[in-house]
Design a protein around this ligand. Structure first.
Ligand code: ATP
Length: 312
């Protein structure tokens, strides 16, 4: 099956400076993928090349198997940077106008996109009266007008309050379930890890990781590992016993006892194992203070830019 999007060795130079450097990846139908990186990492530049708004210095993009820019571009909906509208027109009229410019978009699609983005009730108000969050939603509605197969959103959570971000998350998840491929940029890991099963991490124009967030998205999945902290005055003995078990990993002593990692589904075996081997412990609990792999990876990736404040 043809991939929805193929990005091949994409680079963009501004003067001698590489904004994007040899970026390659593929997105399949229905995938929801986060594009993560600190400010200035190259996310917007990559997205603009994918949307055919600027041309790459080298490399190419294929949408549904055809070169961009080209006729398959009509299958892409994009919201790149802050969307702009005619302030004196209503949200609905802005969408109607965009639909007319695009051509072949039935009137009922305007209402559908207002509905999908939660903007129906305010659709008749002039855009000048909208909050930034509402303008973002209207931008999303406009990107959806053409019923795209690929939806590309650049920092869509900008300007949204926590409630708006939570709603956006649900909307984005829903798109993936409908088979729409969604590519969403953000500089905040906690924002994308909640809805994107896959994350691409970019910094200084270079794609550094292409990784699954499955273990973060499915905290109750049997296969997922978890960290536990065991409070015990007998850490040496606990270590001796636990070291023999192949299903227990990352053993280390702490001030109050021992920390370890094991498959969540095997957690029930821990207490009996300790008791049977005469290890006394006062408490055993999930250790949520341990950074997830992705978090530490992202911090490492962006750390040298002093930008860790973006990670929540
Ligand atoms: P942000 O989250 O701040 O939007 P970003 O990851 O989207 O960041 P880009 O906007 O793609 O990053 O910028 C990548 C680099 O390219 C930055 O160093 C930026 O200054 C530079 N850059 C982007 N557009 C231009 C341009 N038109 N001319 C010169 N340099 C540019």
């Amino acid at each position: 099956m043809t991939a929805v999007l193929e990005v091949n060795h994409l680079s963009k130079k501004y003067g001698s400076r590489a904004a994007v450097n040899d970026v390659s990846f593929t997105l399949e139908a229905g995938e929801v993928v986060g594009f993560l990186g600190p400010n200035g990492a190259g996310k917007t530049t990559t997205m603009r090349m994918i949307a055919g708004l600027i041309s790459p210095t080298s490399g190419d993009v294929k949408l549904l198997g055809q070169a961009v820019p080209g006729k398959t571009l009509k299958n892409m909906g994009a919201m790149i940077e802050e969307p702009s509208f005619y302030p004196y027109l209503s949200g609905r009229d802005n969408l109607r106008y965009a639909a007319k410019l695009h051509g072949n978009i039935p009137e009922k699609r305007v209402e559908e996109t207002l509905e999908l983005t939660g903007m129906k009730a305010r659709g008749s108000d002039r855009v000048a009266k909208y909050s930034q969050g509402m303008r973002q939603r209207l931008g999303l509605a406009r990107a959806l007008l053409s019923s795209p197969k690929l939806l590309m959103l650049d920092e869509p959570a900008n300007g949204l309050d926590p409630e708006g971000i939570a709603e956006l998350r649900e909307v984005i998840r829903g798109f993936g379930e409908q088979g729409i491929t969604v590519f969403v940029s953000s500089h905040i890991l906690s924002e994308v890890e909640k809805f994107a099963p896959r994350v691409l991490i970019i910094n200084r124009g270079t794609l550094l990781r292409d990784t699954s967030t499955h273990h973060l998205l499915a905290p109750t999945a049997d296969s997922a590992d978890a960290s536990y902290h065991l409070e015990t005055t007998d850490a040496a003995k606990a270590l001796e016993v636990l070291r023999r078990e192949s299903w227990i990993q990352n053993l280390e002593t702490t001030q109050a006892g021992v920390r370890l990692r094991l498959p969540r589904a095997a957690a029930y075996r821990l207490a009996p194992l300790l008791v049977q081997n005469g290890v006394m412990f006062t408490q055993m609990q999930r250790d949520t203070s341990v950074q997830t792999d992705l978090e530490s990876m992202y911090l490492e990736v962006i750390g040298d830019q002093g930008n860790a404040g973006g990670v929540k």
